[in-house]
Design a protein around this ligand. Structure first.
Ligand code: FES
Length: 352
């Protein structure tokens, strides 16, 4: 036996206790997954001893091919050609779920505080030279993620900051400039800009076309503070702040693709931003440990939770609470493009 046995093609969710030691099964033969039951005896495999310093929930690798033993790093997605699909029939799914209507504010509530928000129904208010509309706030039972839509039709916004929070911008349309504590960076559709905690930023746009962008704030419930002047506290240790799509940085996930624009590799400890491509398909229901906001950049489909479903289309925003079971279906042959922001920072290919 020179390769481990795949116990399952997804991780095991385990609540671990501070001070405890766990023996993770590396051979895949244990009947007490994900932990060792000594079934490796007689093979060259040995269990991995894992000491826990903080009580929390972890995802232990079930496929035994992770490069981050003993935890899942998404490698299970590379062991199959197709992303795990939902094997239930459409008839069964329709009988299990009710289609939810959109309310006058453009929102369809799914299970567990998950919702789909239509941008056309948002309530825009002026704030520091921008038009701003809340998408995800503490009132929506978001714990750590805040998200706003912002737009600017020309000129400059006033400088602002979100005290104590990381801020990530994602261009939705148009082109402009973001000055982070006085340092200029470009922003355009499908690009990201990272503003570190307590830096200020202001936005300008003189292309003649409206600039619109998402503002994701993590931890998310600090209010924008409009400043009389930009701050002079640009974090020099992180000079690169603007990130665009780059095919050479795409990762595959079975028949799906994603690129992390902003995340741990770019120095973001709190929030990750990614762009993903999903073929026409319905993923098997799954959950993430992180709290997430998704924006559909192209194509139609359906967002499913345990007992509810709502149609989604280009421009819609989805709020997905941590650990909420869900499945986002793409119903178009062209496939779906989406962007996601999630807290805490990590890889979007890890779910259970
Ligand atoms: S289950 Fe092994 S890497 Fe995810």
């Amino acid at each position: 036996m020179d390769q481990p046995i795949v116990a399952q093609y997804k991780p095991y969710r385990i609540d671990v206790e501070e001070g405890e030691t766990y023996l993770w099964c590396s051979c895949g033969l244990s009947k007490s997954q994900p932990f060792c039951d000594k079934s490796h005896v007689g093979t060259d495999f040995k269990p991995l001893r894992f000491q826990v310093t903080e009580s929390r929930t972890l995802l232990f690798c079930g496929c035994k091919h992770t490069r981050g033993q003993p935890l899942c790093d998404g490698s299970h997605n590379d062991l199959t050609e197709e992303y795990a699909g939902d094997d239930r029939s459409l008839e069964e799914l329709l009988s299990l779920t009710e289609e939810v209507a959109f309310d006058p504010s453009g929102r369809a509530m799914l299970d567990g505080d998950c919702y789909v928000q239509k941008p056309a129904s948002l309530n825009w208010v002026p704030e520091g030279g921008l038009q701003v509309a809340p998408l995800i706030t503490g009132d929506d039972n978001a714990k750590n993620l805040g998200q706003y839509y912002a737009r600017l039709s020309g000129g400059n916004s006033e400088p602002r900051r979100y005290p104590g929070s990381e801020v990530v911008l994602f261009g939705m349309s148009g082109r402009g400039e973001v000055r982070i504590s006085g340092r200029p960076f470009g922003i355009e559709a499908q690009s990201g800009v990272h503003i570190r905690a307590d830096e200020s930023f202001e936005v300008s746009c003189d292309s003649g076309e409206e600039l619109s962008f998402l503002v994701t704030v993590c931890p998310g419930h600090s209010e924008a503070e409009i400043l009389a002047a930009p701050l002079e506290n640009f974090a020099e240790d992180y000079p690169e702040r603007a990130f665009s799509c780059d095919d050479s940085k795409r990762n595959s996930m079975a028949d799906r693709f994603y690129q992390v624009l902003i995340g741990e590799d770019t120095g973001s400890a709190e929030v990750s931003q990614f762009i993903g491509e999903v073929p026409k398909s319905k993923a098997a229901p799954h959950r993430h440990l992180y709290e997430e906001a998704i924006v559909i950049l192209s194509a139609c489909g359906t967002m499913w939770t345990e007992t509810r479903r709502a149609p989604v289309e280009t421009g819609d925003i989805i709020f997905l609470p941590a650990e909420q079971e869900h499945s986002l279906e793409c119903t178009e042959d062209s496939g779906m493009v989406l962007a996601g922001h999630f807290y805490p920072s990590g890889e979007p290919n890890i779910n259970y």
